[in-house]
Design a binder for this molecule. Structure first.
Ligand code: PAF
Length: 282
């Protein structure tokens, strides 16, 4: 596995792949890799000749009160895991190269509408930061394919919208959420959970399954239903941020004709914000 920090080196090696007509897949990450990330890499390998992974903890997508400095960094372990999967190249850019003119003056990419709702409403500016870094990384790696986890469902839809809106020449793949044996969606933030919180955390998924079952049994009063589940989660010790049932593609409130929906949930357990989602077909 080649470890590359310099953008020019990356462009040079990319040219050799292109000259050899290789299909290039890209998996952008912020490191602290777990099985969820590794499954993105495994999926990428099925579709491409070359797999590039990036690790960059992107300051632009963290809010002022969020955990940028505390974000776990485990680079040596990450390298080992990627090497074991025979990843071709690991791109490790420096923040000073990525935001050479400083964050204040950085040109940004914003996908309006979809970036402002749900998680975007709770985390203003977050999806601008995500879209900007993903756009920049796409310009650097110039992949044919890119892989993102469905765990961050809104992020995935923001990126798909950006790719469509800016006529980017690549295909985006969403990969199913990887779960712990007890159902908790894998996330770097799970390690912040205290022992008792970790025991309770999988209940979020169990409750989501319960809600989806009620819909499959015919309930359509979505507002009432999500409010009931909010109260149940609160009674269990969660601090729910939102529980939303939305159109799966647009993430708008579903109309009567919509059949492809998604349940999106964010809830705090202590200081840790957990997010999860489940797709629903009526
Ligand atoms: O999902 C993530 O890890 C990040 O949001 C991403 C896509 C790597 C952009 O920084």
């Amino acid at each position: 596995m080649q470890v590359i920090s310099d953008i020019n080196d990356l462009r040079e090696i990319r040219r050799t792949w292109q000259n050899a007509s290789k299909v290039i897949a890209f998996v952008p990450t912020m490191g602290n890799l777990h099985q969820g990330h590794l499954n993105l890499v495994r999926e990428a390998k099925k579709h491409a000749d070359i797999v590039v992974v990036s690790i960059f903890v992107n300051p632009m997508q963290f809010g002022p009160d969020e955990d940028l400095d505390a974000y776990p960094k485990t680079i040596e372990n990450d390298k080992r895991l990627l090497q074991e999967l025979s990843v071709d190249a690991l791109f490790l850019p420096q923040a000073s190269d990525i935001y050479a003119r400083g964050l204040e003056q950085q040109t940004f990419v914003e996908v309006p509408g979809i970036s402002y709702m749900i998680c975007g409403a709770s985390r203003p500016g977050h999806f601008r930061g995500v879209a900007t870094i993903v756009c920049k990384l796409f310009n650097m790696v110039q992949p044919n394919l890119a892989f993102f986890g469905e765990k961050d469902f809104q992020q995935l839809q923001v990126i798909k919208a950006m790719v469509t809106d800016l006529s980017m020449n690549l295909k985006i793949f969403g990969v199913a959420t990887t779960r712990e044996e007890d159902g908790l969606a894998m996330s770097s933030r799970n390690q912040y959970l205290k022992e008792e919180e970790r025991k309770l955390a999988p209940t979020l998924y169990t409750k989501m399954q319960g809600l989806v079952k009620e819909i499959s049994e015919g309930r359509r009063d979505f507002n009432k239903l999500t409010n009931e589940y909010k109260q149940e989660l609160a009674a269990l010790g969660f601090n729910p941020d939102y529980i939303e049932i939305r159109n799966r593609d647009t993430l708008l409130q579903p109309g009567h004709e919509d059949t492809e929906l998604v349940l999106l949930v964010a809830a705090f357990l202590g200081k840790t914000r957990l997010i999860d989602n489940l797709q629903i077909t009526l």
